[in-house]
Design a protein around this ligand. Structure first.
Ligand code: F6R
Length: 587
């Protein structure tokens, strides 16, 4: 994972690196570092924690003209200052920043150790710095290609040499890397959001470049120069502020109605004619984490509205499992970031069997979007908090629209329902302080539901666990009696989601079975009190009664707010939960 930035600029390279790294913190924030070059040599500063800590720690080096920086999500080696990047070779000749995983690093390390190399970090990345320092080719690009050819795995790295040259050397395989070069400033970064408006270059796998202040020379793996065409930068990140909210997560939960409104606007005139012509036999919906939960919801929509075989699979399983795919299979990949490594690899696998690949993503220039036949924007707007909130609601709503897009009449109706939902949501934001206070001290919390409510329970449990660090688990209500009841003790909180009138008695039976064993029950429902035996619950949150297929969006919001409140009560930063990153770009 991780985010990397490299800059060549005579005036502001330190500032540009810091600004870029701040934008890349969605890729991880375990540690950060910068290496600057001036006429006196290389100067490296590293720290555990965020870019703000790095900025405090790094003296200003005004005469620096090249710099590389890194924000890390630890894969190999503990989170420590020592393992932070940039990493320099033992002889101090090269400094590198790396994003990805070098899969053969142990073998490479063993060989290098035999040749007398001493390793200073526990990272896989250090082999890159060591390999670069091993040979003394006349040309540094030869050196770069020679070293890179030894690597297996995923990598995007920037290397700079301890000399007076104003150059950065870069290589890429499977991890993203982009270059901006204009007006005597060059920037290399993991995401074009680090660039000013204008054109930039996208590196492809096994391409290399020497980036100088006003020029980029590209090479293929044979060391031959290649010409690349720039693309226009549409990814400039708006300056996103908290807008008076204490955290991005809270702001983003409150932005859901507006996001749904944008989804409505962006999809109302969308041309679905290509999709409508496809002969589809079954649908696979693939994603990770929260996006997987929206796939579960999406599969329900496809089965219900199209009466077609539809199944949701987590991308990490899809990659390696026995999947029966052919040219009539529609594969839908859902990813907020569009950069999740498992989802991208799953899409690559699917492409070998079918051309019917649709991605739903929030980032138009993402890798996932670029490899899909069709991309639908989920239109959630920038989501900064690590825990996905408004994006989930938009994914579910977009899948609802997609499943209804095959006939015009249905689609029009579906659109109207999304608009209505967005209006209702504007007026529906509840105070969950008391509920949160009640459960904040617990060690273990269960969520149960049936059908769509079970999917909501899964998402509610994920949200709460990821930012409160409480062990939360969701179960299909009917499954409790098949094992989970053993975990119910006196006062164990069980949050029951029950919005479906048809099966309300069944859900209540499961809840009361847990209560009979001592559980404290909390209820989230849209059904009238006489149907849900309200007196048996510690607390009941009543939702307005909206369309039965879309109530799942509404039900999710109090669960997001609950998670937020609990995290804040526990003193956790809900925007940057420990051990996580917004875009999981490694396997
Ligand atoms: C949970 C969360 C993660 C992501 C998952 C996939 O709140 O944010 O579970 O949903 O890492 O990310 P994307 O959607 O970017 O592929």
């Amino acid at each position: 994972m991780c985010g990397i930035v490299g800059v060549i600029d005579s005036k502001d390279c330190q500032k540009i690196v810091f600004e870029g790294l701040k934008k890349l913190q969605y890729r991880g924030y375990d540690s950060a570092g910068i290496c600057l070059k001036n006429d006196k040599g290389l100067h490296t500063y590293k720290t555990k924690g965020t870019i703000d800590s790095l900025i405090k720690k790094s003296p200003e080096i005004k005469d620096a003209y090249v710099a590389i920086g890194h924000t890390r999500w630890a894969t190999h080696g503990e989170v420590s200052e020592k393992n932070a990047h940039p990493i320099t070779s033992l002889n101090g000749e090269w400094a590198i920043v790396h994003n990805g995983i070098i899969e053969n690093f142990e073998e490479l390390k063993d060989n290098l150790v035999k040749e007398g190399h001493v390793f200073k970090t526990e990272t896989d990345s250090e082999v890159i710095a060591s390999l670069l320092s091993l040979k003394n080719f006349k040309n540094d690009v030869e050196n770069l290609i020679w070293a890179t050819k030894k690597l297996k795995g995923s990598y995007a790295f920037c290397a700079m040499k301890n000399d007076k040259e104003r150059s950065i050397f870069i290589a890429k395989n499977k991890s993203p890397l982009y270059i901006y070069c204009k007006d005597n400033t060059s920037i290399v970064a993991s995401d074009p959001i680090c660039f000013p408006e204008g054109e930039y270059y996208k590196m492809e796998d096994l391409e290399f470049a020497q980036v100088s202040q006003s020029e980029v020379i590209f090479y293929n793996i044979k060391g031959e120069k290649i010409i690349k065409q720039p693309i226009t930068n549409m990814a400039v990140m708006q300056d996103v502020s908290k807008n008076g909210y204490e955290h991005f997560m809270l702001k983003e939960i409150y932005e859901t109605p507006e996001a749904l409104q944008n989804l409505y606007t962006n999809l109302k005139d969308y041309d679905f004619s290509k999709i409508k012509k496809w002969w589809i036999n079954k649908v696979k919906l693939i994603g990770c984490g929260t996006a997987f939960h929206s796939c579960l919801m999406g599969a329900r929509f496809f089965k219900k509205f199209l009466k077609i075989d539809a199944e949701a699979i987590t991308a990490s399983e899809f990659r390696y499992d026995y999947e029966i795919l052919d040219s009539t299979t529609l594969c839908i990949f859902v990813s907020q970031s569009g950069e999740t490594a498992d989802t991208i690899a799953a899409a690559e696998k699917a492409k070998k069997f079918t051309k019917k690949i649709i991605s739903l993503t929030n980032v138009a220039h993402s890798t996932l979007a670029s490899i899909s036949s069709i991309t639908l924007p989920i239109s959630a707007g920038p989501e900064i908090a690590v825990a996905s909130t408004k994006a989930y609601c938009c994914q579910v709503a977009a899948l609802y629209l997609l499943a209804n897009a095959f006939t015009e009449k249905r689609f029009d109706k579906a659109l109207k329902k999304i608009k209505r939902l967005s209006n209702i949501l504007e007026r529906f934001y509840v105070n969950l302080g008391k509920f949160a206070f009640d459960i904040a001290g617990e060690n273990s919390i269960f969520f149960i539901g049936r059908g769509a409510d079970y999917v909501t329970a899964l998402e509610g449990a994920l949200k709460l666990k990821e930012i409160s660090y409480i062990n939360c688990n969701a179960f299909a209500a009917g499954e409790l009696k098949h094992g989970v009841l053993t975990l119910i003790e006196k006062e164990t909180p069980v949050i029951v989601i029950a919005t479906d009138k048809k099966i309300i008695e069944k859900t209540m039976n499961s809840a009361f079975e847990a209560k009979a064993r001592g559980a404290k029950l909390y209820l989230i429902t849209a059904l009238p009190p006489h149907l849900v035996n309200i007196e048996k619950f510690e607390m009941c949150l009543s939702l307005p009664n909206v369309d039965k297929d879309l109530i799942c969006v509404l039900t999710t919001i109090p669960l997001q707010l609950l998670a937020y409140n609990v995290a804040v009560m526990k003193g956790n930063n809900p925007d940057m939960p420990r051990n996580l990153a917004k875009a999981v770009t490694v396997e």
